[in-house]
Design a protein around this ligand. Sequence first.
Ligand SMILES: Nc1ncnc2c1ncn2[C@@H]1O[C@H](COP(=O)(O)OP(=O)(O)OP(=O)(O)O)[C@@H](O)[C@H]1O
Ligand SMILES: Nc1nc2c(c(=O)[nH]1)N=C(CO)CN2
Length: 195
Amino acid sequence: MSSDPTTTPVSPEVERQVDSADSTLHNPRSAVVALGSNLGNRLDTLQGAIDALEDTPGVRIKSVSAVFETEGVGGPENQPNYFNAVLVLRTTLPPHSLLERANAVEDAFGRVREVRWGARTLDVDILAYEGVELDAPELTLPHPRAHERAFVLAPWLDADPDAEIPGHGSVADLLRRVGEEGVQRRKDVSLHLPE
Ligand SMILES: Nc1ncnc2c1ncn2[C@@H]1O[C@H](COP(=O)(O)OP(=O)(O)OP(=O)(O)O)[C@@H](O)[C@H]1O
Ligand SMILES: Nc1nc2c(c(=O)[nH]1)N=C(CO)CN2
C-alpha cells in the first residue's frame, strides 16, 4: 500500500498503462535554450545554469556552444557586455514545465526583473521546442525575436550548424543576413557539461 494518504493505491499494471499512455515519458524532444549574463561573474553564472539544467529530471544537454561576448541590444545605454551561449537539449518536460524550470534557474541566480532588457545576472530563454508553435505572452515558440538577434544566432549556429527556425529559415542564413557586429567568440573561455 502507498504510504501517501492523499493517493489511492493503484496496481502496478494500471500504473504501467497510465505511463505508457503518456507519450512524453518515452519521446524526448529536442529543445534549444539561450543563456545570457551581463552582471557578476558571467562565466560562472552560465556554467551554474548549465549544471542546474543538466541536474533537472527529464533534461539532458546534448550540445553547448562556445561563449560569445556581445554588446547589449535594447534597454538602457552603456550596460555591460553580455556573455551569451546556447544549449541543445533532449527533454521529456513539456514546454511550460521547461519554462518553469528556466525561470527557477534564473531566480536561483538572483535575477531581479526591473527594467525591460536591462542588465541581469542570468537570462534563460527557450528558443525553440521541437514541433511546437505557441503564441501566448507567457510562452511564445519559437522565441519571437531569436531570428533577428546576432547574440542568439551566432551561438545557436555553433551549437547546431543545421538548425532551422520554423517560419524563418536556417540559422546560418539568418546570421548572414543579420551580420555579426557586436558579437565576438571568446576563444579563451568555455563552458562544459557537468562531469
Ligand atoms: N520562448 C520564451 N522563452 C522564455 N520566456 C518567454 C518565452 N516566450 C514568452 N516568454 C515570457 O517572457 C517573459 C519575459 O521574459 P524576460 O524578462 O526574460 O524577457 P527578456 O529576456 O528581458 O526579453 P526578451 O523576451 O526580448 O528576450 C517571461 O515571463 C516569459 O513568460
Ligand atoms: N547582447 C545581448 N543583448 C541583450 C540580451 C542578451 O542576452 N545579449 N538579452 C536581452 C533580453 O533577452 C536584451 N539584450
